[in-house]
Design a protein around this ligand. Structure first.
Ligand code: CO
Length: 411
């Protein structure tokens, strides 16, 4: 049955019995209890969520929280934008406390006119805002290891613990091409080195082609200034590429004639292959998806109607299609995509589903506009071995047991 036909039946009420079977009958008493009898709280200068909403980031158990990570609760989010307080974090030397009035961005190296820009000067320049995901290349890394190691994760994996190092937002700033044009890149300039103002001096090389394409210098996140954990007051934003290269607390861009082989692109952020060679400069986060409902740690209370929901994304452009399997990958059905589908952005997908109460394995796979299809875990291991933790974009499998519990498994 096609999606449009199914929706037609729903609106005609044909499937209403199935839906109502999942709901309690109405109670007049319960309705009366929802009406306040006294004045509520007054207006406030800066908002907060309901005290009944308690979802939080998941902190990595670490003796050094300054060099650690926290993960977005994907299973609890709606739509596609990550609330700024729930955006994942990954820091290497803690969050610096930067006064924007004294912060400067230096653009120098192989340029005709070196620039030193204040925040006020940057905010005067032509701005753009764009919705993009940001994913750490280590996202889902633990799911890649040897089966014996990975077994430890099989019962405790949740969408947050396995996939929570991706988040999304609406970012505003100045296209880097505007700044580089003002500085005047010399013909021999082919790469940039971008440096952060944190204590680790996080440094990455960026090819000039990407810098001039869609890279920007961002000061806004979801309608307000960047959060300190996201680089306040200024970060590089390199759409679709591994999160580490979008340098936070950006203080310096040097135009150079080659990649500088910094620590973060030699000892880290390279992908070790089975034969001992390393893939270097693996920038793009390839097509990926995860079902967030049902997902690990959740429990389906009863058989019948459930909507399968999740997010898909690709660093190469738009999500073209998401397919869902409820039989461990033997057959696939096309999910409905929530528009507008934006390039290099989390895309919400949904599929109406009737769970018959038996054991099932649910999976999603993303196909992006280049035709690339998200691989199975088996295919990924065949191509890249078991020595790497970066760029794991394999299909995620969740097992729903007859008692309704959901857990991470490998198929
Ligand atoms: Co990489």
């Amino acid at each position: 049955m096609s999606q449009s036909t199914r929706r037609g039946f729903l609106s005609l009420g044909v499937a209403s019995g199935a839906l109502l079977g999942a709901l309690r009958p109405s109670s007049l008493l319960a309705q009366a209890q929802t009406v306040a009898r006294a004045l509520g709280r007054g207006v406030s200068a800066y908002g907060e969520r309901s005290r009944f909403e308690t979802t939080t980031r998941l902190l990595r158990d670490s003796r050094h929280p300054e060099a650690s990570s926290s993960r977005t609760p994907l299973q609890d989010l709606q739509g596609t934008l990550t609330p700024s307080p729930l955006h994942f974090e990954r820091h290497h030397a803690g969050i610096p406390d930067i006064d924007p009035s004294s912060h400067r961005l230096l653009i120098h190296g192989l340029v005709d006119r070196p620039l030193e820009l204040s925040l006020a000067e940057l905010r005067r320049l032509p701005a753009e805002s764009r919705i993009h995901f940001l994913e750490c290349s280590g996202n889902s890394g633990a799911l890649w290891r040897e089966a014996s190691v990975a077994a430890a994760h099989t019962t405790r994996g949740t969408a947050q613990s396995t996939h929570g190092l991706t988040s999304s937002g609406e970012w505003e700033g100045v296209p880097l091409s505007v700044l580089l044009n003002e500085a005047g890149v010399r013909p021999e300039g082919t790469w940039l080195v971008a440096e952060g103002a944190d204590a680790s001096r996080m440094t990455r090389s960026v090819p000039l082609t990407k810098a001039l394409d869609d890279t920007f210098v961002a000061y806004g996140q979801n309608g307000e200034a960047l959060r300190p954990a996201q680089g306040y007051p200024l970060r590089l934003f390199v759409p679709g590429w591994e999160g580490n290269i979008s340098i936070k607390w950006l203080r310096r861009i040097e135009v150079v004639d080659r990649p500088y082989m910094t620590r973060e692109e030699t000892s880290k952020y390279t992908d070790l292959l089975p034969d001992g060679r390393a893939r270097r400069f693996t920038f793009v986060m390839e097509a990926k998806s995860v079902i967030t409902h049902p997902s690990g740690g959740q429990r389906l209370t009863n058989p019948g109607y459930h909507q399968l929901r999740g997010i898909a994304w690709s660093g190469r452009g738009r999500v073209q299609r998401v397919e869902i399997s409820t039989d461990g990958g033997r057959s696939w059905e096309v999910a409905e995509l929530q528009g507008p589908v934006l390039p290099r952005a989390h895309t919400r997908f949904r599929l109406d589903w009737t769970w018959d109460g038996s054991e099932v394995v649910v999976q999603s796979r993303c196909i992006d506009e280049t035709g690339y299809t998200q691989p199975t875990r088996e295919e990924l291991i065949a191509a890249r071995g078991l020595r790497s933790g970066y760029h794991n974009n394999a299909i995620q499998s969740w097992k729903v047991s007859p008692d309704g519990t959901v857990e991470n498994i490998y198929v």
